[in-house]
Design a binder for this molecule. Structure first.
Ligand code: F6R
Length: 241
């Protein structure tokens, strides 16, 4: 696991964007798993800038969202579909046929998850997965548990996650209780992983990650088993390591 510590959120977003842009330049058909949330907003902004100013071409890039709330339709303002459309997809030249999203309203969730895994396989697997990290160590929506599921599946959100994500909704009651998420195996099968974190609220999680102990009760720790993980964090998130 390689760690890069930068001064602040602006620098983190730029560095992460340059990392992603470098991969797109080397392999214009790169397939990426993408997160939502607060952390990657700056990264998406920077990628849009690189696209506009330096003509970074996304027309052959494939993207797969990491997770989606169960019960929210795609046009719901808080769906992850909508987040990725508004913050990234519509602002670059991604082709809709190359964008893949979990459907939180799919009538048969098991089938939806199975189909998603098949789409990833058909794309030749993921070249890169970009991750944020929950304060409880979740990646995607793989929440701390005795056992974790390897493949894309439906999951009950941890109360800490519901609490943390209430900021995006009118009230905590509106936060969906369940989600669909890529599994830990889906993530670990990617050729490369880039995890980004900023702010002192993430410092305890980063401290735990760098303790080197591996446990399903801290899902991000499973990344220690992957040979090509880059962790980019700002000084605040790094303050305990
Ligand atoms: C979101 C996701 C989550 C977030 C994590 C951090 O698609 O997969 O694992 O990355 O909850 O969220 P923020 O960035 O809002 O702190």
């Amino acid at each position: 696991m390689r760690v890069e510590i930068v001064k602040d959120y602006g620098k983190l977003s730029r560095k992460a964007a340059r990392f992603v842009a470098g991969l797109v330049e080397i392999n214009p058909q790169v397939a990426m798993g993408l997160p939502t949330g607060s952390t990657p907003l700056g990264l998406y902004e920077e990628l849009v800038d690189i696209h506009q100013e330096d003509d970074l071409d996304f027309s052959y890039v494939k993207i797969f969202d990491l997770d989606e709330y169960v019960g929210l339709s795609r046009d719901h303002s808080r769906s992850y579909y909508n987040y990725l459309q508004e913050n990234f997809v519509k602002k670059v030249n991604l082709k809709s046929r190359n964008t893949y999203f979990l459907d939180g309203k799919a009538p048969d969730k098991k089938e939806e998850c199975k189909k998603y895994e098949e789409k990833i396989l058909k794309a030749g697997g993921l070249d890169l997965v970009i991750l944020g990290i929950g304060r409880n160590g979740h990646i995607g929506f793989n929440e701390p548990a005795e056992e974790l599921l390897a493949r894309t599946h439906q999951v009950e959100l941890a109360s800490q996650t519901i609490e943390a994500n209430a900021r995006f909704f009118e009230s905590e009651d509106e936060v969906p209780q369940e989600a669909l998420t890529m599994g830990i195996g889906t993530i670990l099968n990617a050729d490369q992983v880039l995890l980004i974190a900023n702010g002192n609220s993430k410092a305890p999680a980063i401290e735990r990650l760098f303790s080197g102990k591996i446990s399903t009760k801290f899902p991000a720790s499973l990344l220690h088993t992957h040979p090509a993980v880059t962790v980019m964090i700002d000084q605040e998130a790094a303050e305990r390591i």
